[in-house]
Design a protein around this ligand. Sequence first.
Ligand code: SF4
Length: 74
Amino acid sequence: MSKANKKNSNKEKKAYINQSVCDRSPFCPVKRVCPVNAVEKKGFFGGEITINKEKCIGCSKCVAYCPHHAVSMR
Ligand code: SF4
């Protein structure tokens, strides 16, 4: 892969939450760390936590903050 292609593919990556690993905590640190509020939670307890791909800027901050390693960049 050329340098230019690699740069482009990195730019397009968005955060992805593995729902089978996420504990859906109401105190989710991933939700708090996102600079653009792209992490959305339905309800308080037990609600699914998802990434709004329209908002996500692909900074990957959230990956390091998830205690369950549920977030990856794709
Ligand atoms: S990659 Fe950055 S912008 Fe996207 S959800 Fe994670 S913290 Fe938010």
